[in-house]
Design a protein around this ligand. Structure first.
Ligand SMILES: [Cu+2]
Length: 281
């Protein structure tokens, strides 16, 4: 069957449109549970913070630039393969320069890069420029669990370990980090032994927890509920079993939890941060 270039181009375009529509429909069908991964999920986890809103937007914006460029290059390759092979084009052209095309293929990529750079830098500033925090939590990565300290709320500290038979599997822990909704939470991270990484996809945060250093990032949870993440730096044999579980609650529930947590974790033997704080007072 003889297929002309135009027909071929239309077929490729039709295939691309169908594939995109299929992926979109599948993504909508498998939207899943917010705050955790779900089966057949193809998109980013649903956002629950202003930073993640912008990451999602930037991701989609980049896709809308990348997909047409990729299809355009693919179309060019196909045209070259079919139209300029030695059979269909036995006498090659000797053309070497074309000023217009050279100007266009210099200027257009520059404009595309500028269009990408502007929202990219805006997003970076939003992530790195930490607003005035309502609450600071220190997350310490240990082999292989996380410890959380609440210096603003009574200086208690507790360990958070994965619970093997609790759902969601490999994400549920015994003691969750609890934070109030719609408040700026500053997360400070460090490592007690090796490098770990504190990451919660729905909040758009991922920051290394490095021994001897204090890193910080921030998030503002805009929805109540459970949000899960995992250590995201290979840290040893149980790297896959030190999840991060964040429970976002109302202000009242948070205040009640703080009171209960102060008593519950008062005699925690791993309470190094709290004991240092008490000695200093
Ligand atoms: Cu780790």
């Amino acid at each position: 069957m003889k297929v002309s270039n135009g027909q071929m181009g239309r077929r490729i375009l039709g295939f691309a449109v169908a594939a995109t529509a299929l992926a979109g429909a599948a993504a909508a069908a498998y939207a899943g549970t917010p705050g955790q991964p779900s089966p057949w999920e193809m998109t980013l986890q649903p956002s629950a913070s202003p930073v993640m809103d912008n990451i999602t937007w930037f991701h989609n914006f980049m896709l809308s630039i990348i997909v047409p460029i990729t299809l355009f290059v693919l179309a060019l390759i196909i045209v070259v393969v079919f139209k300029f092979n030695s059979k269909s084009n036995p006498v090659p052209s000797k053309t070497t320069h074309n000023t217009l095309i050279e100007v266009v293929w210099t200027i257009v990529p520059v404009l595309i890069l500028v269009a990408i750079a502007v929202p990219s830098f805006r997003l970076l500033f939003q992530q790195l420029d930490i607003p005035k925090a309502d609450l600071t939590i220190k997350a310490t990565g240990k082999q292989w669990y996380w410890s959380y300290a609440y210096p603003d709320n009574g200086k208690f500290e507790f360990d958070s370990l994965m619970v093997a038979d609790k759902q969601p599997r490999l994400l549920a822990v015994d003691n969750e980090v609890v934070v109030p909704v719609n408040k700026v939470i500053r997360i400070q991270t460090t490592g007690a032994d090796v490098i770990h990484s504190f990451a919660v996809p729905a909040f758009g945060i991922k920051i290394d927890a490095i021994p001897g250093r204090l890193n910080e990032t921030w998030f503002k949870a805009t929805k109540e509920g459970m949000f899960y993440g995992q250590c995201s730096e290979l840290c040893g044999k149980d790297h896959a079993f030190m999840p991060i579980a964040v429970k976002v609650v109302s202000d009242q529930e948070f205040a009640a939890w703080v009171e209960a947590a102060k008593k519950k974790f008062a005699s925690n033997p791993s309470n190094s941060f709290a004991s240092i704080g008490t000695v200093a007072q």
